[in-house]
Design a protein around this ligand. Structure first.
Ligand SMILES: Cc1ncc(COP(=O)(O)O)c(C=O)c1O
Length: 397
């Protein structure tokens, strides 16, 4: 029997959404995705903040090919010296404050959050966590324990105990947080899945002060905001704080799967003592992923100014004005276009797809559309994307 690609996908590939977009991808190049029918879609989401320098950058492809020719996986993480890991770890710490001088590479954002939570417990000897309401830190059971949402979580309980949730930007609620036993406060400074909701500097400094006052770690999840997405190399630079543990993912791998935690060496070393092998990963720091990530993010930082991210943010914000648009929130090229009451986000997304514009919704804010394109998006492409959004909004009843 002959199945179409879409039927095969629906039959044999595990489904997590009863109504997937199911775009039949053939290839991707620059700022565009191409389907098997020859259609070309402008990519407004970069694979959810991953492909920041666009698709198929030749430097990244070359780095992957060259490393693949030398070696791929040789041994589980941490036992052999591999230059792609050395080079990438050095590159990352060179772009961070002095205390963040040691990198542990893992496979995904969720695993990185899990590892950060374990490291905080191991080093502080404490076991509670503080997290933001409506934050997303990943889907394995550690990060899921940090999720407050009452739609996604209940069916997966029991999870980790002793997680205390605080409202983003509520300085008053910090006073109600526990004064003992907290291993770490875990935050996204800009809560992406809440619909790109920005924390105020004043609030984050108060939360940071609280963490310090009780000897808890301040863990910053920059899986979505890191590597330039919000207008600075890392988002924490905008808050005048230095995280105790920085968590990276998504753009970290330049299109390959990767996560990492970055911490002071004396903290990270507790993974190597009593017990040894405090966090084990077979594929973490895969040499091909490290080579790809280094090539991508070296290119990204070398060319960062030329992407004109603040101007592109302003252009989106100035053009996305329409009676059915409430506001555009966010920073840099991590933006959310919030729709007026009664406008259905998912319907709009399907309509945009028909007009060859690829976008998406947010986990905790279905009435907004995600705008986080590759940094290489051009002025003309932004103008055209915003026109399409406005025309489709007018058509929606
Ligand atoms: C802020 C944030 N943290 C963690 C994760 C989890 O990363 P991954 O999907 O690689 O496990 C995500 C993924 O969307 C994220 O946006």
């Amino acid at each position: 029997m002959h199945f179409s690609p879409k039927q095969l996908f629906l039959n044999s590939v595990a489904q997590t959404n009863p109504e997937p977009l199911a775009l039949e991808i053939d290839r991707a190049d620059g700022n565009y995705l191409y389907d098997i029918h020859g259609n070309k879609f402008l990519d407004l989401i970069s694979g959810i903040s991953v492909c920041s320098i666009g698709h198929q950058n030749p430097l990244v492809i070359d780095a992957i090919i060259e490393q693949t020719k030398k070696h791929m996986h040789v041994m589980v993480y941490g036992e052999t010296v591999q230059m792609p890991q050395n080079n990438y770890a050095q590159f990352i710490v060179d772009h961070l404050p002095e205390s963040l001088n040691n990198v542990y590479f893992v496979n995904s954002g969720s695993e990185a959050i899990d590892a950060a939570m374990k490291l905080a417990k191991r080093y502080t000897g404490k076991h509670s966590f503080v997290a933001h309401k409506l934050a997303y830190h990943g889907s394995s059971q550690g990060p899921l324990s940090l999720m407050s949402d009452e739609y996604f979580v209940p069916k997966y309980r029991p999870l980790l105990n002793n997680v205390f949730f605080v409202d983003q930007n509520s300085i008053e609620s910090i006073q109600e947080l526990p004064q003992s036993n907290v291993a770490a406060v875990v935050v996204e400074l800009i809560q992406a899945e809440k619909g790109v909701s920005i924390s105020s500097v004043e609030y984050i400094q108060a939360l940071y002060k609280y963490a310090k006052s009780i000897d808890a770690f301040f863990i910053v999840d920059e899986i979505q905001t890191g590597f330039g997405r919000t207008g600075t190399k890392f988002c924490f630079e905008q808050y005048n704080i230095v995280p105790d543990i920085l968590v990276l993912g998504k753009a970290l791998g330049g299109g390959m799967p990767m996560g990492a935690i970055v911490a002071p060496k004396h903290v990270m070393q507790s993974f190597a003592n009593f017990p040894i092998l405090g966090h084990i990963t077979t594929f973490g720091g895969h040499p091909v992923c490290c080579a790809a990530g280094l090539a991508a993010n070296k290119y990204l930082f070398d060319n960062y100014e030329s992407f004109n991210i603040p101007q592109k943010e302003e252009l989106f914000k100035s053009l996305l004005v329409h009676p059915k648009i409430k506001k555009v929130s966010g920073k840099g090229l991590l933006l959310a276009c919030h729709l007026g009451d009664g406008v259905e986000g998912p319907k709009l997304i399907h309509l945009l797809l028909q007009e060859k514009l690829f976008t998406d919704w947010f986990l905790f804010e279905p009435n907004a559309i995600r705008i986080c394109p590759p940094f290489t998006i051009t002025t003309d492409e932004i103008i055209s994307a915003c026109n399409i959004i406005k025309v489709c909004l007018t058509q929606l009843n």
